[in-house]
Design a protein around this ligand. Sequence first.
Ligand code: AMP
Ligand code: MG
Length: 340
Amino acid sequence: MEVIKTLILTPEEIPVAAELLAQGRVVAFPTETVYGLGANALEPQAVEAIFKAKGRPQDNPLIVHASEESQVEAFVKDIPPEARRLMKQFWPGPLTLVLSKTDLVPAVVTAGLDTVAVRVPNHPVALELLRQTGFPLAAPSANVSGRPSPTRAEHVYADLEGKIPAILDGGETGWGVESTVLDCTVWPFRLLRPGGVTLEELRALVPVEYGKSPGEAEKTPRSPGMKYQHYAPMATVYLVTGKRAAAKILESSEPYMQKKEKVGVMTWNERAHLYPGLTVLSMGSEGDLQALAHNLFHLLREADLLGIKVLFIEGVSEDHLGLAIMNRLRKAANHREIKT
Ligand code: AMP
Ligand code: MG
């Protein structure tokens, strides 16, 4: 692939980013969840460039970002009243709704599906960029496919420098985990990916199913992206849950330590003292799921920079934001989970 110069733009330079997007180029931009790699969602060639830069499989559809609910009207149809209620309640915000698409949306955006995933992001830079371009932006996370999602401009730079023309730097993102994806074309609605808006919050308003429904095979996931490995650092990752996690981690780390391999552990501040000899990556103050979500992908990238070969991660409870966190951790661990 041709190597190009990657500009780092400040929020004052949003017009430069908008101009690049108008020319059919791709630009990375901050949202309240993670950094997205955006292109004009209505231009197939522009969208192709996203897949190329990320190395993203063509059968993994993209989320379309809009500046407001009214912009969404043109490219979705048959919006159920319950989905409207969710838009009113959670937009702008980290909730993506899968709805029936109109012909305006090119097949490359949706991987040929007749549905499209849409959301209005809650970030001043993203919203201003969407207003200035005037068209919706298809945008997956701005990382190389399979790597942890970027929560800082420098993460995007590390992955995509030389491959994209610009990164709009809006500082660290807020939530740190991607949006919740909810399929609104089935009833009850179905949670495809847990995220910033929690299952508990959704269920307070509408009936939502989550988990494998009877007969639903792994090989035909409703959300195509779910079948790919994600968020993986170079280290071999083990997710360890249960009351005896610390003892199990110490015991399991022995053989690696003997081989002089660097062993890391992701744990709460208050528990760091349990792991003498291991490289501790702090998840924050015990039980602070918001802080953990915010730091999660950064910590996975830190593990690589520190040269950690094996990384043990303490699991958290799957309530509220914990559901999204554990979903990402299981993928980072490639489902290597030790229950104690
Ligand atoms: P990312 O862009 O990396 O945040 O991933 C977007 C997620 O939304 C992936 O898991 C996709 O498979 C999912 N997604 C996007 N469009 C659709 C759709 N039309 N139907 C079901 N899932 C979708
Ligand atoms: Mg992604």
